[in-house]
Design a protein around this ligand. Sequence first.
Ligand code: ADP
Ligand code: UVW
Ligand code: MG
Length: 403
Amino acid sequence: MTANGTRVLVLNSGSSSVKYQLLDMADGARLAAGLVERIGEQTSRLVHTPLATGGDKREQEAPIADHSAALQAVAAELAADGLGLDSPELAAIGHRVVHGGKQFTEPTLITDEVLAEIERLIPVAPLHNPANLTGIRTAMALRPDLPQVAVFDTAFHTTMPEHAARYAIDVATADAYRVRRYGFHGTSHAYVSRKTAELLGKDPSEVNVIVLHLGNGASATAVAGGRCVDTSMGLTPLEGLVMGTRSGDLDPAVIFHLARNASMSIDEIDSLLNKKSGLIGLCGDNDMREIRRRIDEGDERAKLAFDIYVHRLKKYIGAYYAVLGRVDAVAFTAGVGENAAPVREAAIAGLEELGLAVDAGLNAEHSGSARLVSPAGSRVAVAVVPTDEELEIATQVYALVTA
Ligand SMILES: Nc1ncnc2c1ncn2[C@@H]1O[C@H](COP(=O)(O)OP(=O)(O)O)[C@@H](O)[C@H]1O
Ligand SMILES: CC(=O)OP(=O)(O)O
Ligand SMILES: [Mg+2]
């Protein structure tokens, strides 16, 4: 494929937000970045940072009805900086697509068949894939001539062995309805596990890493020699760790119990577990900064929510330690993992017998770059490794369109 320009626009459409970055792959420069949040509500907000011009952040607060309107607003902001979507410098648009099923193992040029496949996966990613599709279709309408590339959250996890990917349910039913564990945040897990190997001065093929991606959504992955061997999210991004608004693991019988005894519909239970559970369900806040502030003021509910969050995290560290057999590093990433020192400290506390410890001084430092927070000479490294899904997506997209 031939690309004319060297710039890649990356769109990360979430259920109610769009994050975007425009990068120049000739030198890796970030030209613009931004976020549209609360799409579909009266209180939508767009924050645009024009990095190329060094100008001030621009904020707009006005209702944005859907992901299509959001992308039009983003295009207008970029155009105002002379970086519009009509630019001949643009080589491609990269889209984060959350669910790619089993079939998409690589970045993929979007065709009608690919769109149909992403659509076919909506039942297993109802919060994410429709938003991704709207983003793609709007971008295609704005630049029909440009390669549009999908980078799937599930791709990195397609190496999971069958014994980790299958649920222990009737095989015929599972296969008929594609019920299996797919895993998500794969772009981040791939990037962070590679950066962790770099930090240790080793080749990724030599290193076993447990990656803890703790954002609003959160997942843990066991990476052996650069390949995913297990991950905490499953059929959908609901399984596993306690998240901002999602419950993570629970006894599936909770669902039958609520359906039978609380007269809740399946849709109501879906919304309960995805949107009103996790930290927000436990204490009314899903932002770890607010939870820490409340704990400092002696708030018991916030403390319990924090303890439940950390307990689940610790269980996964232990589980993946056992899955990997030998662990070289535990890497914390994403909003909570990169910024919440108390979460790292509490999750690692008491694991000295596993060779894991956190140095209080190193852990309390703030820095935007990858670093170790374990004491010198630790058997297993504990690392803080900032994720960069947009850069990783842009790199994969540019490699595809210039191949
Ligand atoms: N300084 C901080 N201290 C503690 N937690 C933080 C801090 N900054 C961000 N967070 C947490 O990170 C979360 C967002 O993480 P992020 O990776 O941006 O999530 P997502 O990509 O899923 O929207 C916030 O909800 C908040 O809990
Ligand atoms: C898959 C997933 O949970 O994504 P996010 O963290 O962006 O919600
Ligand atoms: Mg994220």
